[in-house]
Design a protein around this ligand. Structure first.
Ligand code: COA
Length: 254
């Protein structure tokens, strides 16, 4: 299973489990995540959600090969189901990030409530480097979180940044030694479990409720542009270069 789903002590844990491909996310994995979030929403026994990878990798983001072969064209494509469910989750979501968190590995954090990073975490939003554009409403949420210039630096240049930078931007609540990350995130989820679930849901709804329409709209707008960019020669060059382990050459594209 490329996504492990576990239920323990009222927490539903979703673990990326495709380490040999740096947990790159395929359509089937997005579907598994979307289904788990749907189940968590409906199951009153679940009071918090935890999302994690391994000690050396969170996720390398979209699986580039899967993306080239099966571009997500329709609104109900697994990636959009996942984004819908994570952005509308009424229960608190805790994320534990170690190692690379690329693309959606970083943008999904904008939809989590408590984000903890290991000191080896490395975030990146390489959309322009891939000839693409932001997704998961990150073009809306990142500038709101960090201010325009800091978001622009991350989204225009697409260069990786470390946990200290992510913490300074407000993307991460706390940085921990890699060995302590998971137990700390689990302990935070356990604290949430002890609190009145209805109060947590109300607090989250009050903080995020008025954003939902805007986030839905932006996800849809980004998806249209992303779909167009995915078919364009710049993306083909970038993806081919990645698998050929060379630098892409965008000089012939204006
Ligand atoms: N899609 C598909 N395969 C991926 C992948 C992705 N996003 N990320 C990594 N892989 C595969 C590599 O092709 C490689 O496969 P191979 O062993 O069959 O050659 C394997 O995972 C290991 O990756 P590698 O690049 O050797 O690991 P690394 O530790 O040197 O670097 C990353 C890790 C995450 C920094 C690097 O793999 C990377 O930049 N990946 C692409 C990230 C990306 O662009 N994501 C899309 C965002 S929209």
């Amino acid at each position: 299973m490329d996504i492990l789903i576990e239920r323990s002590h009222h927490v539903l844990s979703m673990t990326f489990n495709r380490a040999h491909k740096k947990n790159a996310i395929t359509a089937a994995m997005y579907q598994a995540l979307a289904d788990a979030l749907t189940e968590a929403e409906a199951d009153s026994d679940i009071r918090a959600i935890l999302i994690q990878g391994q000690a050396d990798v969170f996720t390398a983001g979209n699986d580039l090969e899967d993306f080239m072969k099966h571009p997500p064209t329709s609104q109900d494509a697994p990636v959009f189901q996942f984004l819908h469910h994570i952005s509308h989750a009424s229960k608190p979501i805790v994320a534990a990030v170690a190692g690379p968190a690329v693309g959606v590995g970083t943008t999904l954090l904008l939809h989590c409530d408590l984000v903890y990073a290991a000191d080896n975490a490395r975030f990146s939003l390489p959309f322009t480097q891939l000839g693409l554009c932001p997704e998961a409403a990150s073009s809306l949420l990142l500038p709101r979180l960090t201010g325009y210039q800091r978001a622009a630096e991350k989204l225009l240049l697409g260069e990786p940044f470390d946990a200290l930078d992510a913490h300074a931007m407000g993307l991460v609540n706390r940085i921990l030694p890699a060995t302590d990350l998971l137990s700390f995130a689990q302990a935070q989820a356990a604290k949430l479990v002890q609190l009145p679930a209805a109060s947590l849901r109300a607090t989250k709804r009050l903080m995020k409720g008025d954003q939902h329409a805007m986030v839905d709209e932006r996800i849809a707008e980004e998806a249209l542009e992303f779909g167009r960019r995915l078919q364009a020669p710049e993306a083909r060059e970038a993806f081919t270069a990645f698998f050929e382990k060379r630098r892409p050459d965008f000089s012939r594209f204006s």
